[in-house]
Ligand binder design. Sequence first.
Ligand code: AMP
Ligand code: ZN
Length: 452
Amino acid sequence: MSLSLYDTASRKVQIVAATNGTVTMYCCGPTVYRDAHVGNMRTFLLSDLVRRVLEMHGNKVELIQNITDVGHMSEDHDSQDKMLAQAITEKKDPFEIARKYEARFHKDLLQLNIKPAQHYPRASESIELMQAMIAQLIVLGFAYIGEDASVYFDAQSFASYGAISGNRLDALKPGHRYEYTEDGAKRFHADWALWKSSGARSEMIWDSPWGPGFPGWHIECSAMSLHYLQGHVNLHVGGIDLRFPHHENERAQSNAITGNESVDLWLHGEHLLFEGRKMSKSSGNVVLLQEVIERGFDPLAVRLCFLENRYRSQMDLTWSAIEAADATVKRWRKKIASWGIGEITEDYAFLEIVDNDLDTPRAIQYLRTIEKDETLSDRSSRFLFADQLLGLELNRLEAITPLSDEQTQLLNLRLKARNEKLWKESDELRIKLEETGLEIKDTKDGQAWNWR
Ligand code: AMP
Ligand code: ZN
């Protein structure tokens, strides 16, 4: 048994490969100029889920996630560095901004039970790595120094450009907004900057063999992934919007350096919408994990919402879905405690479901069936085995809320009605009890209740 996932480049579901017993993973990290929203978290969770399944199979996983704190330009006409733009807005030093949002990103990961990566290299601290790679690309004939002292990747020198996204060079029109403009210094419209000359910029710049400047966004992921993962990435993760140009350009840079296919599988997570609208800072439709907590929900309810949707489908999150997931997580914790927590054994049926291109919605459905099947004696074992992937802390003891006086009274009345065979009255009382949050069952031992 092994995990298979949909590879954007080959457009096929492929088995995830390992190199010398270790799966090397790279996940494109956050640009730390603002809080990561729950949409970003959906993508980071995808990498966590994959990593957990691989570990459940006994694989060693080496995961790297970069912190973009320089070089990510906004897509608008000014094409400003997102960090510097935010530094002006908040009237703070750009590095202060970067560290503030990076710390909040780690807090969010913790609250969502996303296991930490082995390294979170920062772009601003990997300048030498990037410069070494750029110098090598120039020597190999894949990059050139433009008239503006910036260094560009020569897209036409890389024959298989477009393999991930299907965007072939001959179809990419000049002026198409897929890369920020470079004032005519590029030889070809689809070339992109590896190193940007500082020009009038005075902050976040470094010396280089080509003059002072700063790195392009795409080169950081090539430099960090190849450096930290020993020159080969088994699995590369990111949101669907990164497929082009970010990953296309990364592939060209990395393959030009290694001389072979440096990534085995390109995994892309579809986007999250909120209440029907795209979630992005630019559209103003952003929900933060902090907001979920402030509304009194367990942040892991968001994790369950994501699990209920396949990573490859766009998903619409709503407050009512979070509320329902919150109730489910709490109910499962209570039920597991009531079933008794014993030895946990492997549940191959569960693994088989998730091995199939991470079919988490089916896995959740499977657990709901287990939940209802009273003939099973190993329900808590199955749930807790699954929780190694779900990460919902299902063995956490939920505070048992005592019954209210009204509930006790209604239960007693119903017991009496049943003893007197007053079935209609008993049914009415059951409905009333259910409205108070209880679940009522009539077993051979009499009336039983549980929190829903
Ligand atoms: P950024 O912080 O902009 O560099 O984005 C971090 C990650 O979040 C990238 O992998 C993006 O593709 C991903 N992302 C951005 N918006 C969404 C969204 N609405 N839903 C899911 N992933 C997203
Ligand atoms: Zn990246």
